[in-house]
Each structure stands twice: as C-alpha cells, then as structure tokens.
Design a protein around this ligand. Structure first.
Ligand code: NAG
Ligand code: NAG
Ligand code: NAG
Ligand code: NAG
Ligand code: NAG
Ligand code: NAG
Length: 637
C-alpha cells in the first residue's frame, strides 16, 4: 500500500522528501489479554527513537563475513576480528544519519530537538503524538491489560518515506507489543520480558523428584545422569593444559542464582578431575547490577544456575575456571540484549540501545535499581552457553534480526555462542501459533524458539539414554518430561552451511504436515544444530539431590566439551574454534557426532519431526564424539 504525504508538507520539502510513504512495519494481531481503549492524547510526548540500519548486517553479508573466518576451507580460518574492527565495520554511515535528521527537519521539527547517540546508532527526538502521527503516517492508541490494568501505547503499523526505509531498522515506540507482565517480588509489574523469571519466556529445566541415593554405576545412566555418565557417553575425558588462557562463560539472569552450599554438596558427591571443586566458585562478572541473590531459594530461582554450574564446573575439571555472567539487577531484570551490550560496546548506546518492552533499561530508576549501564565492560569468553530462550513469535522480526546480527559479530570475534533449543518439541514456551500469528494453547502451528532460529548461534537439543539401555547404546531424542526443541524458523532463511543437510533430511523423511503448519520450503533456518543428553540429571538444589530435565542441561555440557577442544588448540598456539556451524556441517566433520536416529519432538497436537539418519530438526547432527571432534579440530589451522 502506498500512501502519499499531505500536500502541505510536500510543498515545503526538498525533492527527495516527496518519495512515497511505504509501510515499514505492521503488527498482525493484538496479544492476548490486551484491548484497545482510546486514541492517545495528541499532545502527549513520545520518546521517539529511530534505530539506524547498521551497514553490512544483511544476513547474506554477515554469513559471508563469518564464513571467511569460520569456514574450515577458508584461507582466513581462525583470523577473528578485534572488537574495534567490528565496531568500525558496522557503524551506521553519516549518510544514514544525515538522511534521517534532514527528513525530520523537513517535516517542520526543529533540528535542535533531534539528538544522535554517541555510537551513531540512534536518532532520538521527543515528539508529541500529533507530530509523530504526521511523521509516521499512523495513529497511536492506548491499550489496557485486562487483569493488571497496565496501559501500553502503540500503533498498528507505520510508514516511512521510501528513501528513509533503507536507513532505519526499527522505530520505537511503535508496533512492538511483546509486553509480558511479570509479577515481581515487590508486587509491582514490569512490561519487559523478565528472562530470568520462570514462566516468562524462559526455558526452565524441570525437576521431577528428589532422590535419596545417587546411583554411581555406569549401568544406571538410564536412570540417573551424572558427570561420569556424560564422560562415558561422549568419550569426554580430558585434563586441561592451557586453563589460564582459556575461558568458558555461563549466562544467568537475576533473580536466578546458584547456591554456594549446593555447589559444594555436588562437588562432594561428584569428584572432578584435578583439584577438588569443594569451595570453588565461578568467577562472577556482574552485568547491569547482576547479583547472586540469596534472599529467596527454590527450584524456580536456583534450579537453572545450579544445574548449569555444577555440570559445567565438573566437566571442565578443577583446573579450568568458569565465568558467570550474572545479568540484571534484582529490580529491573535483564534480557539477552543487556548481556550483548556488556559484551560489545558497539551494540549499545549511552541510553542502552535497548527496547523498553523487552530489555532492561539501565540506569534502573526503580528504587534500589542499578545506577550504571554496562556497555562493552566484558571481554567475551571463548564459549558462552545460555539456557534461556524466547518463542520467535514473541519478538518482532526487526528486534530479532538486530539481535541475530549481534551474534554474528560475536562469531567474527571468535566466540562460540550456544543456546538451548527449548523443551517443548515443535511447540513454544507459550503454546503454538494460530493462523493470525498469535500464540495460544489451542494453536496448531509449530512455534520455533529464538535465538535458536538465528543462523549465527549454535542451537543445542536434548537426547536421552533409553529406559533399560546401556550407556554404550545409541541415545534417542529426549521424550522424558521434556521434548527437544526443534523445527524451522519463520523469520530467518537457511544459511549455506546447513543447506545440504536439511535438503537431505526433507527428501528422505518428508514431514507429514501441511505447509501451513511449518515452513516446509526447505528455505528457512532449521534447528537445533547439535544435541546432548537432557534427561535425569542429578542436581543438588536447596540441600537435596533431584532429577532435572531440559535442553538447559544439554547446552552447558556441549559448552564444556567445546571449551576443552579450545584448550588443546590454545595449547598448540591456535585460535579458539569460534563460530562452529560451518565447520560441524562440513564433510570433514561427518562422523564426528553420534548420529541420533530414533525419537521425535512432539508438540501442537502432533508427534513433531522424526530423528533420522544424518541431520534432523530434533537432535541436529547428533551428540558430540569428543575424541573425534578434538582430532578434527586440531587438524584445522
Ligand atoms: C526527552 O525527554 C526526557 C525527559 O524530559 C529527557 O530526559 C530526554 O533527554 C529527552 N530526549 C531528547 C532526545 O531530547
Ligand atoms: C553423597 O556422598 C556421601 C558421601 O560419600 C554419601 O554418604 C551420600 O549418600 C551421597 N548422597 C547421595 C544422595 O547418594
Ligand atoms: C581462577 O580464578 C581465580 C579467582 O579469580 C584466580 O585466582 C585463578 O588464578 C584462576 N585460575 C585460572 C587457572 O585461571
Ligand atoms: C547473601 O548475599 C549477600 C550479598 O551478596 C552476602 O553479603 C551474604 O553473606 C549472603 N548471605 C549468606 C547467608 O550467604
Ligand atoms: C519460508 O522461509 C523462506 C526463507 O525465510 C521464506 O522466503 C518464505 O517466505 C517462507 N515461507 C512461508 C510460507 O512462510
Ligand atoms: C526409540 O526411542 C523410544 C523412546 O522414545 C524407546 O522406547 C525405544 O526403545 C527406542 N528404540 C531404539 C531402537 O532405540
């Protein structure tokens, strides 16, 4: 639909401003629980922000840049970029800043009212609703949340002149409506997704039962998974040689916190290679006021952190430190963007570069909130594992794309970014999709997980030792308590590295679902990439051992294995493995994974996809075979 500017404005504008107004973004539906109450007052002021397009961030360019340093056949393999080179390569152009600021001025808004952020990423302006509506050719409405009474201001769609479109990635506030209301301990509500809180967009591990006896024999790995079981399953026995030069980061979102007493309880019952881990703690890197809180204790707030750290610390041995990226203060909380701001100064602006609907906004103005804004404060670890995730549909395409590009930048810097693939099979945390794109418990359309669908992260699914089976038997896709998240993106196109693998899967195992149920074209990003056991983990939580399930467990285990691969490479003077996807899908690495060929990932009233020979969107390429992976990665430059 083309809409033209009102004549009065066009008459005073320079010729370029006459370019037709084109729809930039449109929301397909109103999220559940919200209703439209009125037009917003025309004299109300909106903190209008234009996020400028970063050059070179289209998916094809990013993929080409990443392949240059990550593809095993590239002459530049391992020649990762410095943060400064990344910042410079992706800084918005002066042309973009000029185009957007002149367009605003041409519309009669004084130049003095417009500010450009330090990093040149954002053009900002406080504008009245009337001014904004004229500028964006739209209408702003007030919406109310039925149960909480919380109000939210948004438009349904907005337009930009054609010549501005290439320069603007996102406009806020506009259509975004992913406000998930979260109850806080203080009783107040917040609109951004509090990724650290169970039930609010997280992939929470599941606890079934507490156990009184740990089974220590390998023949019991079908009943209880212990570090010894994982070492047996993946041939993972290794003593680090270059611990001081190596790093492995585990990400947790406050109020999630490990309990020191639980780490010790685990360390006492599961001895590690090398020095004892009793009394050992992860090295805390606090981001945006992140604290290992001890005000409340429950499986809900300790389960994820305890699981991730107990296994990661044991598996990388007592020689190798783990870094804990504890993100977000106790008041505001935080999201993936807040972590990314701290890891890469070029990603944030002095106002955070963040979206108030989805991210923590720092400095935090809530009572007791963190007064800083951590931006480029952390040198990223070589491997970073995160066991949290969103439903792709809960975030706008623009928001997800911007974040996805940032994962590519971390890859350019040589960082391996792992995310768990979700615990609901082909369904999401909030059910499945309906034809209008909303999420519902009654939905029938598969609901993929983000950031797993971003082609620039490595997504990790879950397997299990089948009941009654031995640790030497092939594992299956996990179907105890949780199902391995997997499927096809509705946002991101298929990256080159997995085209062959996905085409082979779809032709040998055509899924029995209509094209309306999932993106069946073979042209969209499939996930997960790899998998590891996710069932029956023995974890110490709040002074008791329990059995825990989830891709939440799989991701830190894969991270530990890759960290030990890095150790040996660093010992031999090589670079860390960085973004691994082009490597693990390459012909040379065929056979370096234990192919999982049994099981499915049910959801949305279906059995989901089937695991099969070769790649499948349930368990990816399979589980790691550590000796083979190590040998192959040592052959690379
Ligand atoms: C908008 O107004 C707020 C509150 O007065 C102020 O803090 C902020 O700096 C203003 N932004 C711009 C771009 O002028
Ligand atoms: C943990 O180890 C201690 C000491 O070996 C043992 O007494 C205890 O039973 C173990 N805990 C469990 C739950 O097996
Ligand atoms: C591990 O961290 C501790 C505390 O920061 C530090 O003293 C120690 O040197 C680190 N060890 C290694 C191997 O990096
Ligand atoms: C709880 O955490 C605070 C702040 O980190 C710390 O000072 C205190 O010692 C902790 N209390 C216990 C019982 O561990
Ligand atoms: C499937 O994904 C591809 C690649 O992202 C996209 O071009 C296509 O439009 C999608 N098809 C449907 C029906 O959504
Ligand atoms: C396949 O997995 C199911 C559990 O989903 C298990 O019961 C069955 O034994 C497995 N079959 C093989 C051949 O591994």
């Amino acid at each position: 639909m083309l809409v033209f500017f009102p004549l009065a404005l066009a008459a005073v504008a320079a010729a370029q401003t006459l370019s037709p107004s084109v729809q930039h973004a449109k929301r397909t539906h109103l999220p559940a629980g919200w209703s439209r109450v009125r037009r917003h007052a025309s004299d109300a002021v909106l903190p209008l922000r234009f996020g400028l397009t970063q050059p070179n961030t289209d998916m094809n360019t990013l993929e080409a840049l990443l392949n240059d340093v990550s593809h095993p056949e590239s002459p530049n393999y391992g020649m990762h970029w410095t943060p400064a080179r990344v910042a410079e390569h992706f800084a918005p152009s002066d042309e973009a800043i000029h185009a957007v600021t002149s367009w605003i001025a041409d519309n009669g808004l004084a130049k003095e009212r417009v500010r450009v952020s330090k990093t040149k990423g954002w053009v900002m302006l406080n504008a009245s609703v009337a001014e904004t509506e004229a500028l964006l050719n739209t209408e702003y409405h007030v919406f109310v949340h039925e149960s909480s009474g919380k109000e939210h201001v948004a438009c349904d769609e907005y337009n930009l002149p054609a010549h501005i479109i290439p320069h603007v990635a996102v406009v806020t506030p506009s259509i975004d409506f992913n406000a998930i209301l979260t109850k806080r301990s203080s009783g107040t509500t917040s609109t951004h997704i509090t990724i650290g809180q169970p039930g609010a967009g997280t992939v929470s591990p599941k606890l079934t039962t507490t156990i009184s006896t740990i089974l220590t024999e390998l023949e019991d790995c079908d009943k209880q998974i212990t570090p010894a079981c994982l070492r047996a399953l993946y041939g993972f026995v290794y003593t680090p040689l270059a611990a001081k030069k190596n790093s492995y980061g585990i990400v947790e979102y406050t109020p999630q916190a490990y309990r020191p007493a639980d780490l010790d309880m685990f360390a006492k019952n599961f001895s590690s290679i090398g020095p004892s881990l009793v009394g050992s703690r992860p090295v805390l890197k606090s981001i945006d006021g992140g604290v290992v809180q001890n005000e409340t204790a429950s499986f809900g707030v300790n389960g994820e952190s305890n699981l991730d750290l107990q296994y990661a610390m044991n598996l990388v041995t007592g020689y190798q430190n783990i870094t804990l990226y504890q993100t977000g203060d106790l008041e505001m909380g935080a999201s993936f963007n807040n972590l990314l701001d701290a890891l890469d100064g070029s990603y944030c602006t002095f106002e955070g570069g963040d979206d108030p609907e989805n991210d923590g906004i720092y400095p935090d103005t809530l009572p007791g909130g963190y007064q800083g804004d951590d931006c480029g404060t952390i040198k990223p670890a070589n491997v970073i594992s995160t066991s949290y995730g969103y439903d792709e549909a809960s975030l706008s395409f623009a928001y997800s794309s911007r974040q996805c590009a940032e994962y590519a930048k971390l890859g350019l810097m040589g960082v391996t970014v792992l995310y768990s693939s979700g615990d609901n099979g082909v369904a999401g945390n909030d059910g499945c999709l309906t034809p209008d794109g909303s999420e519902s418990e009654d939905g029938k359309i598969f609901n993929p997980s983000f950031p797993s669908t971003c082609p620039f992260v490595t997504s990790v699914g879950a397997t299990q030792v089948n009941p009654g089976a031995q640790v030497t038997d092939p594992e299956s896709a996990c179907d105890q308590v949780i199902f391995s998240g997997g499927g096809f993106s509705n946002y991101f196109a298929i990256p080159d590295y997995q085209k062959g693998a996905v085409a082979a899967y779809l032709s040998a195992n055509p899924p029995p679902y209509a094209a309306t149920i999932y993106n069946s074209t073979g042209g969209s990003r499939a996930y997960p990439d790899i998998s590891a056991n996710g069932a029956n983990y023995v974890v110490a939580v709040d002074n008791a051992f329990g059995l825990v399930y989830g891709t939440s467990a799989s991701s830190p285990v894969v991270g530990a294995i890759l960290t030990m691969v890095n150790d040996q490479r660093i010992f031999w003077g090589k670079k860390p493995i960085g973004f691994i996807n082009p490597t693990i899908y390459s012909p040379a690495f065929k056979g370096a994974f234990n192919d999982i060929t049994n099981g499915t990932n049910p959801g949305c009233g279906t059995v989901g996809f089937s695991a099969a020979k070769g790649y499948d969107p349930v368990t990816g390429l399979g589980t790691p075979n550590f000796p083979k992976l190590l040998a192959l990665w040592l052959l690379l430059p």
